[in-house]
Structures are given as C-alpha cells and as structure tokens.
Design a binder for this molecule. Structure first.
Ligand code: ADP
Ligand code: ZN
Length: 650
C-alpha cells in the first residue's frame, strides 16, 4: 500500500526519464529541423544551382515552361522524378524556373534536342532523405518501445535511461510522521520504541558497548501500516528515511539491483543516524530454494547477496537501522534472518475493534464531519479490514459528500463508503460479517476454555477473532509456561482436547458445525497417529514402532514403506477414530459444564475482538465460584509469555 512513494520522480532524476513522450517530441522536432537543413525546398534554390548563380526562383506552369523552351528563353533544363528546373534570364539576372512534371510527356526531350538546349537529369532525393526514409519506421518503433518500457519501469521506480543510477530510486525524506499518526498497533509501536532511542542517542549505547540492532522485520498484511510505522520511527527520531521497494530491484539487467543496494547504503551511511526502509523485501529475499520467476534468479541473488554484504559490512556502532516489510516471513531466505541481520520481528496486526476506532479517528481528523457521526458504528461494520482500507473509507466518504455538495461528511456517507469499499475489496482483505464473527467467537472461546481448564494444556495468552493472513479467521495463542523438551502422555491428550474445543463449541452453542475446524482436526489426527506409531502410547501397537522418527515433531506425511500388517493398520485407524470420539464427547461435556462462562467469553471477545488470557481466566474463575465448581484453573507459574513453543489454534 505504499506504492505511490516510489513513483515520485526524484529531483536528481534524469529529465528524460519522466516522460518518454516529451523525449519523443523533442526528438521529432530535431529530426524535422535536420531534414529541412539537408533537403530544403524549392524556395531555397536561390543561390547556386547546377553551378550557376541564380538571383531568383519562380514557379511556373508546365505549359509556360514548354513555351520558354520553344522560344529558347532558357539555357539549361534539369529533369527530376517529379520536378523540372530550368535556368533562364529575365534581364535582371538569372532565374530558376521550377514546375511539376505533367504526365509522361514524350515530346519534351525531342523539343529540347530540337532547340539545342542542354539538359540533364537530377535526383530529387539525396543520401540523407533516402536514409531517413529507411530509418523513420524504425525510429517510430523505438519510440513506442521506449514509451512502454518507460512506463513499465516507472511503475517499478526507475526509468530505462536511468538504469544503474539509483539516486532517483531511493526516496530520501525527513518524515514528519509521528507515533500518534499510527493507531491500533500498540504492541508493534512499543516494540519499535527502543529503536527511536537508539537513533536519537546512539552514543549512549555505543559507549556502553551495547550492540545496536541492525534489522527489524515488520510482518503484517498489506495496508496494516508497516510503512507508516517505519516513517513514524524516523519522524520521532528525527532522522532521514531512505526507502526502496524490493520489487524495484528486480530489473531487466543483471547487476543493477546490487549497484542500487550499494548506493542505498552509501547514502544512508553518509546521513547516519538514519533509517533504511525496504518494502516488499520478499521480492528480493525469497528463499533461494524456492524456484525463480521471471526477472532472473541471478539478479535477485546478486541483489540479496549485496544486501547481506552491506548489512554485515557496517559495525553495530553505526546507527543505521534497516526496517523491512513483508507479508510472508516464512518464504524469506534463512540467511536474511540470521543474527546480525533481520533478527527481530515485529508483528503489525490488523486492528481489532478499538484499534479500528483509533485509526478511523486519526483519519477523520483530516475531514470536516457532522458533529454527531458515530465512529463506533463504522468500526463495527469493518471487522477484518486493515488501516489502509479504513483510511480509504474516510476519503471515499468525503468524496461522496463533495459530490452531493454537502458542507460536511455525514454518517450516511460513511456507511455508503463502507459498502463501496467492501464491494471493491479482494478476498485477501475480507471483511468478516456478523454471522461469521459469531461462529469464530464461539470456536475460539471453545479452544480457550479447554486450554484453561485442562490439566497439562498450554495456557492461553491471547484469543483473537481478527483474521490473520488468508486462512485463519481467528486464533488462540497458547503458550507453555516453561520450555519443554518432553511431552507426557496427558499433555498430548490435553493438546487434543484443546484442538477439539473449537469444533465442539460450534456444535454445542451454534448447533451446526462449520468448515473452520479443518486444521484442528488434522492436527489431532496427527498427534494420535504419532502416539500409536512412534511413542508406544497405545494398546494397538504396544511398544512396537510403526514409523521411524522424522525430523519434525508430530510431522505428517507419508512414510516410504509400510512396516506393519494390514490388520495393524486397520486397528490403528479404529483406535484413532474411537479415541477422537471419546475425547470429543469429553470436551463437549466440559463445554456444557461451563456454558455460561463460554457465553461471557464470547460476549467479550465479540465486542473487543482481542482478549488476553487473563481476561479468560477471570471469567472462568468467577463462574466457578458462583456455581461452586472446584477450580480447574492451574496456578500460574510465570507471568508474561515466553515466545518459543507457542502454539496457535486457528
Ligand atoms: P503497509 O506498508 O503495511 O502496506 P501503509 O503503511 O503503506 O501499509 O499504509 C497505507 C496507508 O493506510 C497509510 O498511509 C495510512 O494512511 C493508512 N494506515 C494504515 N495503517 C494505519 C494505522 N495503523 N494507523 C493509521 N493509518 C493507517
Ligand atoms: Zn480451531
């Protein structure tokens, strides 16, 4: 969503890059002038013609010319393909008569012979006009090609004539953006806060011997405000902001991207402390293992290598911080994520309900509105949308109001703008409607309740019904309280219960199941299969191993050769199926037992869209007290959440 940035022609930019049409127009004028100079026209004949000094040129008719010949009033005639010139004398000096040839005239030559007038032929074209005739079509084709290539390149941030000249590709500015302009991404803001401090007072850190981080990866869907956040960091720290887009590196010519990276870092170092922002870093940082697309693998690899070299090239005492944005961190080359490079990730999530209110308020400030507009309603209508979508909605509403010649934006305009925005949205940035939101809220609450009330389950740190990426409409983040290398049997069963909680909640509370549990079911099946095949945790196979350990824990996939009997296989299937049924029944029972607690969690989740594990626990605790149920909540061992090993139930 930060595309327009790269389109701005830089002041250093080559003029000819800006508009190939202008280039072409100038070129054409030059050609015509040149053409004129070389060829001239008939009125330019005054001067020397056929070695004779002529004082004037006169155009006459063909009949007149013949009369002149008959009267022997001309002394020399030159015949071209379309023109005849004759030199005569009118008493004041020599005159060049010119006329157009009229048809094939077989009497002219005999007449000249008869009158004994000297004649010759001449060529009306010369080497230049001949060549021009040949070249002109090519020139047109080249001009057209330049026009389109220029347009194509411009959209990538460069111009065909300016390749290798990275100066206009690197946008440099001192943004005025502040953290207040970025709303709804509180956690991300807190995480980048220290970067501002590094940039503002680098000496403090350097003197202490602290290593200033180099690269931070901003991860989030398009339009969630990654560029905005990066600019705000520069704005708050009051340092220059150099930005490029990863896709602009992928040029037609190998080596250009690498040169650009070199230039980018050179400029940033000159102005340090500074921020380098690389948008769409996945365009260059795609894992080398993943096959190349058009544009050439070579080019991307060279660019990536140059980037890595540059990042390693300056010390941790140079206050340059490289922020990079991506939507797909999982496809990035692992080399990029190594310590000393982009070793920090900051999640820039889509906003929840309150977040949307905050973002809408930031943008509403810029337009004149009715006093009684209801931002809450608009936030409620836009679940699932990103910040950029919300900014668009406000602008669209202002346009609508303008079209109706209103003085202010009314609530009705905002509502209409929401409808328009949603109709125009791709699947990627979809709005969640009320019905789906309800299903997702029950589903996630089911996961959360089971996680909190099951012994040995990973505890809830966050429950969300803000869609993440393409697939997940909501998620529950479960974090173990200590780092674990072993899992006991009951812990595996607990994990199955938590995973089944989502679907069970849909069945118990909504009365109908949806497709939302596919991922959960896949994982429960994998766990049970591993219990039978690898961990000797079932009666089916006893201690017998049916499947060799693979590198991935509980990993799915097919084994190369089956090492057990058909009967064993059938029994295993039976075991998995009946275990799942047993667990599912138990999970449903638990949900029934905590019915009202679930309703409360759903209510809160539905309103806020993001809730914390503590909020879930509070509700459960209150419910247990009220109903005299012995608490199933386990005492918390650590506060805060260690990140590794967190699992996400979608
Ligand atoms: P990204 O880089 O994540 O694709 P941008 O930062 O380019 O998204 O966002 C585009 C525009 O959308 C911003 O310029 C801003 O107007 C608006 N926007 C996006 N996220 C936010 C936010 N969290 N707060 C305020 N405005 C936002
Ligand atoms: Zn689920």
């Amino acid at each position: 969503m930060s595309q327009p940035e790269s389109n701005k022609p830089d002041k250093n930019g080559n003029f000819f890059n800006k508009n190939p049409l202008i280039t072409f127009a100038i070129f054409s004028v030059a050609m015509i002038v040149l053409f004129k100079a070389f060829v001239g026209d008939e009125s330019d004949l005054a001067g020397k013609i056929n070695g004779q000094n002529v004082t004037r040129v006169q155009e006459i008719t063909y009949a007149d010319l013949k009369r002149l010949i008959e009267n022997k009033e001309v002394e020399k005639v030159s015949i071209g393909q379309t023109m005849i010139r004759a030199i005569g004398n009118d008493g004041t000096g020599k005159v060049a008569y010119t006329t157009r040839i009229v048809g094939p005239d077989s009497t002219l030559i005999p007449l000249l012979d008869k009158q004994k007038i000297n004649y010759n032929g001449f060529s009306e074209t010369n080497w230049f006009t001949e060549m021009f005739g040949w070249l002109f079509p090519f020139l047109i084709i080249i001009a057209i090609w330049m026009f389109f290539a220029g347009r194509m390149q411009k959209s990538m941030g460069g111009g065909i004539l300016g390749m290798g000249n990275s100066k206009k590709l690197v946008n440099s500015e001192k943004p005025k953006t502040k953290f207040d302009d970025v709303a709804g991404v509180q956690e991300a803001k807190e995480e980048v806060l220290e970067i501002v401090d590094f940039l503002r007072y680098p000496d403090r850190y350097v003197e202490l011997g602290a290593k200033i981080p180099k690269g931070v990866l901003l991860v989030g869907s398009p339009g969630t405000g990654k560029t905005l956040l990066a600019k705000a960091v520069a704005g708050e720290a009051e340092v220059p902001f150099f930005s490029v887009s990863g896709s602009s590196f992928i040029e037609m010519f190998v080596g250009v991207g690498a040169a650009r990276v070199r230039d980018l870092f050179e400029q940033a170092k000159k102005d340090a402390p500074s921020i380098i922002f690389i948008d769409e870093i996945d365009a260059i940082g795609k894992s080398r293992a993943a096959g190349g697309v058009m544009g050439g693998n070579d080019e991307r690899e060279q660019t990536l290598n140059q980037l890595l070299a540059e990042m390693d090239g300056f010390g941790t005492d140079t206050p340059i911080i490289i922020l990079a944005a991506t939507n797909r961190p999982e496809i990035l080359d692992p080399a990029l994520l190594r310590p000393g490079r982009f070793d920090r990730q900051v999640l820039v999530d889509k906003p929840d309900f309150q977040g949307r209110i905050d973002i809408l308020n930031v943008h509403v400030k810029g337009v004149k509105t009715d006093a009684d507009i209801d931002i809450d309603e608009i936030a409620r209508l836009t679940a699932g949308l990103a910040g950029a979508d919300l900014a668009n909605i406000i602008n669209e509403a202002a346009l609508l109001a303008g079209r109706k010649s209103q003085k202010t934006v009314r609530q009705a305009d905002l509502r209409e703008a929401v409808e328009r925005a949603i109709a125009g949205l791709s699947k990627k940035s979809r709005r969640i409607d009320e019905k789906e939101k309800k299903i997702v809220a029950y589903h996630e609450s089911g996961h959360a309740l089971l996680a909190e009330t099951t012994k040995g389950a990973k505890k809830v740190s966050k429950v969300s019904i803000v869609p993440r990426g393409l697939a997940a409409l909501g998620y529950t983040l479960n974090t173990p309280e200590e780092n674990k290398y072993l899992m006991q049997r009951h812990e595996l069963i607990a994990e199955i219960d938590v995973l089944l909680g989502g679907r069970a909640a849909e069945e118990v509370f909504i009365g109908e199941i949806s497709t939302g549990a596919a991922n959960d079911l896949e994982r429960t099946t994998d766990i049970l299969k591993a219990m039978v095949q690898m961990y000797g945790m079932s009666d089916v196979a006893g201690l017998m191993v049916l499947e060799r350990q693979r590198s991935s824990f509980l990993g799915g996939g097919m084994s190369q050769a089956k090492e057990y009997s058909e009967r064993m296989s059938e029994e295993m299937d039976q075991f998995i199926k009946s275990s799942l049924n047993d667990r599912y029944a138990a999970v449903k029972e638990r949900l029934e037992e905590y019915r009202d607690a679930i309703e409360k969690i759903v209510e809160l989740l539905y309103a806020k869209e993001n809730i914390s594990g503590d909020q879930v626990r509070e509700i459960i605790e209150a419910y247990e007290k009220e109903n005299g149920i012995e608490t199933k909540l386990e005492p918390r061992k650590v506060l805060g959440s260690p990140k590794p090993e967190a699992t996400i139930s979608e």
